[in-house]
Design a protein around this ligand. Structure first.
Ligand SMILES: *[C@@H]1O[C@H](CO)[C@@H](O)[C@H](O)[C@H]1NC(C)=O
Ligand SMILES: *[C@@H]1O[C@H](CO)[C@@H](O)[C@H](O)[C@H]1NC(C)=O
Ligand SMILES: *[C@@H]1O[C@H](CO)[C@@H](O)[C@H](O)[C@H]1NC(C)=O
Ligand SMILES: *[C@@H]1O[C@H](CO)[C@@H](O)[C@H](O)[C@H]1NC(C)=O
Length: 458
């Protein structure tokens, strides 16, 4: 009887999912998701490529209490960890099993209803990667529905974009207003539509309705960081470069894949003293990862992290970059796997400048995500900060998150201003040979709020 009831619920859920699961994501925050859940899990005999939409009969119920700040406690009293993944889903690891699912939502025209006490069907397996299953979660206490407007709905994105004159005006105003950094028109952006520029800046799935703030560093962390060098750059460590070349994501919201592969590439170099210098396939991520949304966006935590651990990544030549969504062709190339991954600070919302510095120094480059304002697109050199210069011709721009790779940090010799050194994926002709520097220590455009580390197995 119980099984029949659960299956019925699931059917309703599948029917809703079928027509709504396409547009912008849910807005479920820590406060909405923390609390007591029941996970309904299928038989643990699935293939790892299982399409969990049709998850089959529920065979197990697991009760888990998600507590502050990242404690997951199961019904037997075992303690594990959990984290939000943006405001779009959450991952739980307890009693030697790990679970990930997207939060449930319904889109009806411009209105998005987040159903934060429920998940879409997700994936679970032993921490040793055996016994795959599908599951979905229900919070024991129902939460109020939350409705927001899809910021991209009814925007006339396809037809036009800013003109050359619009770009020139913006650049002039930025350079008039301040002299910490220099703006210039970036030729390749001139002919793009708003929709294309949106992909270049991150893709609509990377829209973030609620950004966490950095947490204050502990004394212990500050003491450790006090022992680090004043400046540090993985591109030049005693004359040796551990960072792979700059690439170009083109017109595809795949920055998260470039940030993720860039991190794994650099860390393999670090871990093998540059005897292995792989370039990993970003197209494999765009085409094959169900933990991201192809050219509409995604998250390094799930790509360098969970996808890298569960499925592994392949060399570039195995699936060369095309810059558009496409069918996944499964190959037999050698796969590199991720051994460990985490949000820096231990969970989404636990980040700060000091934790980032330490992780960068100890393990290699780290993935970060920040808000791309209009002025950033025209960055040419210097230490970036948001100038406040906006232009109506760049509307309908909505702030989205762009994922990039922090490879170092330093202090400006003249002004004493602290900065991060960051690798972008807009080609070598953008910025400082494909890189930019950005103000450090003040969470500039959110760059110190969401950072990820992942350790590859060379
Ligand atoms: C999974 O199955 C559903 C329902 O049959 C289908 O609509 C969806 O396209 C499938 N997804 C993938 C990635 O195959
Ligand atoms: C969306 O919400 C608005 C305001 O609540 C409402 O007026 C409108 O009818 C809704 N649109 C749809 C398609 O449900
Ligand atoms: C997302 O949820 C948070 C917390 O409930 C709320 O503060 C924020 O306004 C929401 N964002 C949108 C766009 O509705
Ligand atoms: C790492 O590589 C450098 C440059 O090839 C070499 O000089 C150095 O000895 C290597 N270090 C180790 C520990 O092998």
């Amino acid at each position: 009887m119980e099984a029949i009831k659960i299956n019925f619920l699931l059917l309703v859920c599948i029917q809703i999912t079928a027509y709504c699961y396409a547009d912008t994501p849910a807005n479920c925050t820590f406060a909405d998701v923390s609390g007591k859940w029941t996970f309904y899990e299928s038989a643990r005999n699935k293939n790892k490529h299982e399409n969990c939409t049709l998850m089959g009969q529920v065979e197990r119920k697991i009760k888990i209490d998600l507590q502050y700040p990242n404690i997951a406690k199961d019904e037997f009293g075992n303690f594990g960890t959990w984290t939000m993944v943006y405001n779009q889903g959450f991952e739980v690891t307890v009693n030697e099993r790990t679970y990930f699912a997207w939060s449930y939502y319904i889109q009806d025209g411009p209105n998005v209803t987040s159903v934060c006490d429920k998940t879409s069907p997700g994936w679970s397996h032993d921490v040793t990667l055996r016994h795959w299953a599908c599951f979905y979660g229900r919070k024991q206490r129902p939460m109020p529905l939350k409705v927001h407007r899809d910021p991209f709905h009814s925007l006339l994105l396809e037809s036009s974009g800013p003109t050359h004159q619009d770009f020139s005006n913006l650049v002039d105003e930025i350079n008039r207003k301040q002299n910490k950094w220099e703006a210039a028109v970036h030729e390749p952006f001139l002919t793009k539509t708003h929709a294309e520029l949106l992909k270049i800046r991150g893709g609509k799935m990377s829209w973030l309705a609620h950004r966490p703030q950095p947490v204050p560093p502990t004394r212990e962390l500050m003491e450790k960081v006090a022992g680090l060098p004043q400046s540090f750059d993985w591109r030049n460590l005693g004359g040796i470069n551990y960072v792979s070349p700059i690439r170009n994501q083109a017109i595809c919201g795949s920055c998260y894949a470039f940030s993720s592969m860039g991190m794994l590439e650099a860390r393999v170099r670090v871990q093998t003293n540059n005897t292995q210098t792989p370039i990993f396939s970003t197209q494999d991520i765009v085409s094959c990862s169900e933990l991201s949304q192809g050219c509409e966006g995604g998250f390094p935590y799930l790509v360098a992290g969970r996808y890298g651990k569960d499925f592994g990544v392949v060399p570039e030549q195995c699936n060369p970059y095309q810059g558009h969504d496409g069918p996944c062709t499964r190959d037999t190339c050698y796969r590199h796997y991720t051994a460990r991954y985490s949000y820096i600070g231990g969970y989404y919302g636990g980040c700060n400048e000091y934790a980032m510095q330490l992780a960068l120094f100890q393990g290699g480059p780290i993935s970060v995500a920040f808000e791309v304002h209009n002025d950033f697109m025209s960055y040419k050199g210097g230490i970036y900060h948001y100038t406040g210069v906006e232009s109506p011709s760049f509307n309908p721009f909505v702030l989205v998150n762009h994922a990039v790779l922090v490879v170092g940090y330093g202090v400006d010799g003249e002004t004493g201003e602290k900065y991060w050194i960051v690798k972008n994926s807009w080609g070598e002709s953008w910025g400082e040979n494909g890189y930019f520097r950005i103000r450090r220590g003040v969470n500039e455009v959110g760059i110190e709020s969401i950072a990820v580390q992942a350790t590859p197995i060379p």
